[in-house]
Design a protein around this ligand. Structure first.
Ligand code: NAD
Length: 518
């Protein structure tokens, strides 16, 4: 079997200025709305399981809309799912890589086929604008296409230095059972990337979507079933995140944990996974991608208009709920006021409302906890700095919060140090570029960062000393593309796994060195 693949290229975004695309999206939104309240099962060993206890996924922009009803699985279901994945590993790990990659390519084709529908699911389930949902889906397709190709590259004997009297080679073999624990904020892209990287390398997994995005997770599972993925390779469970997640992490049959989410949960998982149980025969591998407090630095040589546009897009796209979102602007004092004014003006132009309406730039934040947290930090920001724009809740229909700019905050203030994960950006004044860079590096995180400058020496300095996993020069700090900007953070932003990069799959493999005397 050969797949004859073209070179990987990124999936193009949908052009919503084309009338026909808008009509297709409207039709898809209507279809998704007609399916509200429908119920979806757990999937363990290919069996669709329903339970007495249910849970719901609500539209954050309209809290009356239940986008889907799900089963409230327990730790016992996590147990069954892990046992199934363990039993399936012996057969799946022997399936040729080319066949495993084939399932990803078929799933990518299916996602392309259902593009508008799957984007519409994300619009309703997590409050992504049309463009953000379309970008999420394009990234999911990219992960599938890219990891399929990457697996073929890593398949078969890898070169080693020849040695007289021996025939030597190295092969990559899978690890075993993986616990896949994604966040809700890229409900298709991250979930699909984290799951398919693990299975294309020959592992089997238990996938537990975040409670806020179970419907999108379900559609990924449905697509993997529809392309004929053997049962038991991905086992899909829903329920309380901490209950299921901790059983998955602590189980002695779990070989690795692929986690993306908050710093606190990531650190807890790292700690739990490090503790060996008596039956356990390996050191668990933890891949953890966590939060950020990402800064855009602007110096006095920068194109201020372009910087202001980049800041507003990076701070408020998807309501600031991206790990890469700009939550700090650090500007040198000579351009600070001009930049702040431009950012304030552009922020006031943003339309906030239910995102099934194409004209909305921003929807609601994900849930009540998030609303409470963002409003609490806005309160703190008012004390620590000067509220320039926004600062209030906008409507009771959903968790709508006005895009908020707080100026004149100190770089060590809470609003400049803690991840808020909402539409709030803090402005910090620096006396010069050196101080700006020092401030940029002053949080425990190190995920993304950007510098707007025309000074070559400073751009070079940032390349060397701006300590982030993803650095952007003269462009915004969000919008990483698969294999264009491999993604992952330094420090407490994570293990720098570089999702969508050429080293990523190695994390789900171990090398076996084979030497034969001849
Ligand atoms: P979260 O940490 O609350 O949840 C992430 C996942 O962990 C969910 O599936 C959740 O159910 C599960 N979980 C919760 N408690 C658990 C426990 N005790 N044991 C095991 N699993 C548990 O994060 P979130 O709110 O879903 O996502 C937002 C966070 O994710 C932000 O901090 C954001 O910066 C981060 N994020 C990081 C990246 C990245 O690539 N670095 C990408 C997206 C999001």
């Amino acid at each position: 079997m050969s797949l004859n693949l073209e070179v990987f290229k990124n999936e193009p975004f949908t052009d919503f200025s084309v009338k026909e695309n808008c009509e297709q999206m409207e039709a898809a939104l209507a279809k998704v709305a007609s399916e509200f309240d429908k119920e979806y099962p757990l999937v363990i060993n290919g069996e669709h399981i329903t339970l007495d206890e249910k849970m719901h996924s609500y539209n954050p922009c309209n809290l009356k809309q239940n986008v889907g009803t799900f089963q409230k699985g327990t730790a016992d279901h996590a147990e069954q799912a892990i046992q199934t994945a363990y039993e399936t590993f012996s057969s799946w790990s022997k399936v040729p890589a080319v066949e495993r990659a084939g399932y990803l390519l078929k799933a990518a084709a299916q996602m392309r086929e259902e593009k508008f529908y799957l984007s519409a699911v994300m619009v309703y389930e997590v409050g992504k604008s049309w463009a953000e949902a379309d970008g999420d889906l394009a990234e999911a397709i990219d992960f599938l296409e890219f990891y399929a190709r990457e697996m073929l590259r890593l398949d078969g004997p890898q070169p080693v230095t020849p040695y007289p009297g021996e025939k030597n080679h190295l092969v990559y073999v899978p690890l075993g059972v993986g616990a896949v624990i994604p966040p809700w904020n890229f409900p298709m892209a991250i979930l699909a990337g984290m799951s398919t990287s693990a299975i294309v390398t020959g592992n089997t997994v238990v996938l537990k979507p975040a409670e806020e995005s179970m419907l999108t997770g379900w559609h990924f599972m449905r697509i993997m079933e529809s392309v004929g993925l053997p049962k038991g390779v991905i086992n899909f469970i829903t329920g309380d995140g901490a209950e299921l997640g901790s059983r998955m992490v602590n189980h002695h049959l779990t070989r690795f944990i692929n986690f993306t989410g908050s710093k606190d949960v990531g650190l807890l998982i790292a700690e739990q996974a490090a503790k060996r149980t008596p039956e356990q025969r390996w050191i668990k591998r933890v891949i953890a991608e966590m939060g950020g407090k990402d800064a855009i630095v602007v110096d006095e040589t920068a194109d201020i208009e372009s910087a202001a546009t980049g800041i507003v897009q990076a701070a408020f796209g998807f309501q600031g709920q991206k790990c890469s979102a700009c939550s700090r602007v650090i500007a040198v004092e000579s351009v600070y006021d001009e930049l702040l004014q431009k950012v304030a003006d552009k922020t006031l132009d943003l339309q906030v409302g239910p995102v099934e309406d194409r004209n909305m730039n921003m929807g609601a934040v994900i849930n009540q906890d998030s609303e409470d947290k963002v409003l609490k930090y806005i309160g703190i920001g008012k004390e620590e700095g000067r509220l320039v724009v926004g600062g209030e809740k906008l409507s009771d229909q959903g968790h709508f919060i006005a895009p908020t700019v707080v100026a004149d905050v100190a770089s060590d203030s809470r609003i400049a140090q803690d991840e808020i994960f909402g539409p709030v950006v803090a402005f910090i004044k620096a006396k010069d570029f050196e101080q700006a860079l020092e401030y940029a590096n002053s949080t425990p995180y190190g995920l993304t960062g950007a510098l707007y400058s025309k000074d070559e020496a400073r751009l070079k300095r940032a390349e060397e000393d701006f300590f982030v996993g993803n650095l952007y020069l003269n462009r915004k700090c969000t919008g990483a593309l698969v294999d264009v900007h491999p993604f992952g953070g330094f420090n407490l932003s994570g293990t720098d796994s570089k999702a969508g990069g050429r080293d990523y799959l190695l994390q789900f493999l171990q090398g076996k060195s084979i030497s034969r005397k001849v």
